[in-house]
Write a protein that binds this ligand. Structure first.
Ligand SMILES: C[S@@+](CC[C@H](N)C(=O)[O-])C[C@H]1O[C@@H](n2cnc3c(N)ncnc32)[C@H](O)[C@@H]1O
Length: 189
């Protein structure tokens, strides 16, 4: 499904980084693991800050576009084609983990999230932005399956090993706006 979506010349999500990530990028240390990286806008931005970046996604088409964007911008990124349902990040390797609109069913999150927290160095940061269930009433995209949508309560429950530095829900039911949850969590040493 994602390979098909990305099989167009343009970048479906653009080539500029996600705003929430860009607001916090300079606080991150590497290496950075970016899950569901897609076409590379966030990985390329982070590499441009001088950070080592590993972008994981199941879409080879998306990752090929990510590498093309990196080449065009003169930066280097590592991309790994993998299904997050079975992905095994290296323990204690990453200064930051980034999850931008990486909507996953709870059955995948329940296995993956503890592994992502384990993959952080002590003091490492987890940056996440995702749609909340309020997005279901809007016509601005996102999964239609509520299980894949996040909110503050799910984040608190699913990241017990992280201290929330930012945890907030934004957006409302005005047509055309998006409803998101934003999270920056720090791995407690
Ligand atoms: C909404 S896009 C977000 C892309 C990127 N994070 C961005 O902000 O531009 C969601 C991405 O999740 C990836 N994805 C969904 N399920 C996945 C899975 N089980 N394993 C790996 N990647 C997955 C898709 O291939 C797609 O690139």
């Amino acid at each position: 499904m994602w390979d098909e979506r990305y099989s167009v010349p343009e970048y479906v999500y653009g080539t500029e980084p996600n705003d929430f990530l860009a607001a916090h990028g300079t606080h991150l240390t590497g290496p950075v693991l970016s899950i569901a990286e897609g076409e590379g806008r966030n990985a390329v931005y982070l590499a441009g800050l001088g950070l080592e970046v590993v972008g994981v996604d199941s879409s080879r088409v998306g990752l090929a576009k990510a590498q093309a964007l990196a080449a065009q911008r003169g930066v280097s990124i590592e991309t790994r084609a993998a299904d997050l349902a079975s992905f095994e990040p290296e323990p204690g390797r990453y200064g930051a983990v980034v999850s931008i609109f990486a909507h996953l069913p709870s059955v995948i999150r329940n296995r993956l999230y503890p592994l992502l927290v384990r993959s952080l160095k002590p003091g490492g940061l987890f940056v996440l932005e995702a749609y909340t269930p309020a997005q279901l009433a809007l016509a601005t995209g996102g999964p239609k399956d509520e299980d894949m949508l996040m909110n503050s309560g799910k984040i608190t429950a699913e990241f017990p090993g992280l201290k929330p530095l930012i945890l907030r829900e934004l957006g409302n039911l005005h047509y055309g706006r998006s409803a998101v949850v934003q999270f920056v969590g720090k791995k407690i040493p």
